[in-house]
Design a protein around this ligand. Structure first.
Ligand SMILES: [Zn+2]
Length: 272
């Protein structure tokens, strides 16, 4: 992320809408929090089972245990706020991606971090990476989907917006075929991602006409940092049983349990 900061700031300076936000917060170091970032060298390990499971993540980062706006959550469709709000404007395009196995998930990052972005309430967020969880992390009316894909986007001043897309086993997913065919079996210990053959268009991952469930939450992995703008697409997409089991062969279960709402509400945003 650091090597891209100058580029992102330069882009932001050309956009009057972003000037106010950048003027006050652009000096924040780019720690690049990511829902599935590997733990820094020397940091305590964390996992999804055993002695370092989610019940112990507070030992890695206190926020995981004491936070009051944590993710994921269960979303009750009977309790949604129906105030007017805007769905994210998706500006993703066919791009070259590189994939790695980071020890917690399979993660794909665009080779060029300025190729893909979303606009939410006038702020531009650039796609940093996307990655997978099974089962889904968010539940809707108490039900898990088979898989949840997180597209992690970051603004020039460091704000994070994650788009979550749910998938159930069904037809094969062509948009993700290149990813499922390229998943490294072993952890990429030396941080060497491998290119996915051809291009992948993240815009093709969104179910047509899906409403968006929007709320304020956190990273779903340590350090569980809050202030993450979540947009969960309500309609699940499909992946084949073979695609699902290819991922589950590497990560049988890598989903944090749902967290307390702590008084938060979820907005229902009509499809754009
Ligand atoms: Zn995630």
């Amino acid at each position: 992320m650091n090597r891209h900061t100058a580029t992102l700031s330069a882009l932001a300076l050309g956009l009057p809408l972003l000037l106010a936000g950048c003027a006050t917060t652009d000096t924040t170091p780019s720690a690049s929090p990511s829902p599935s970032a590997s733990a820094p060298t020397g940091a305590a390990a964390w996992s999804y089972s055993g002695a370092t499971d989610p019940g112990h993540w507070g030992d890695v980062s206190a926020t995981c245990a004491t936070g009051t706006a944590q993710s994921p959550i269960n979303i009750n469709t009977a309790d949604l706020n129906r105030e007017p709000a805007q769905a994210p404007e998706i500006h993703y395009q066919a791009s070259i991606f590189e994939v790695e196995n980071n020890g917690h998930t399979i993660e794909a990052a665009p080779a060029n971090h300025t190729d893909n972005y979303v606009v939410i309430n006038g702020t531009q967020y650039f796609l940093q990476q996307f990655h997978l969880h099974t089962t889904s992390e968010h539940t809707i009316d108490g039900k898990h989907a088979d898989l949840e894909l997180h597209l992690v986007n970051k603004s020039a001043d460091g704000a994070v917006a994650v788009l979550g897309v749910l998938f159930n086993a069904g037809e094969a997913n062509q948009a993700l075929a290149g990813l499922f065919d390229s998943m490294p079996k072993y952890v990429s210990a030396d941080d060497h991602p491998e290119p996915i053959p051809g291009t992948l268009n993240p815009a093709d991952l969104f179910p047509a006409g899906s409403e968006v469930l929007e709320y304020e939450g956190s990273l779903t992995t340590p350090p569980c940092t809050e202030g993450v703008h979540w947009n969960v697409y309500q309609t699940p997409g499909a992946i084949s049983a073979e695609q699902l089991s290819a991922f589950q062969a590497l990560y049988p279960k890598n989903a944090r349990p749902v967290q307390d709402l702590d008084g938060r509400s979820v907005n229902e945003v009509p499809a754009s």
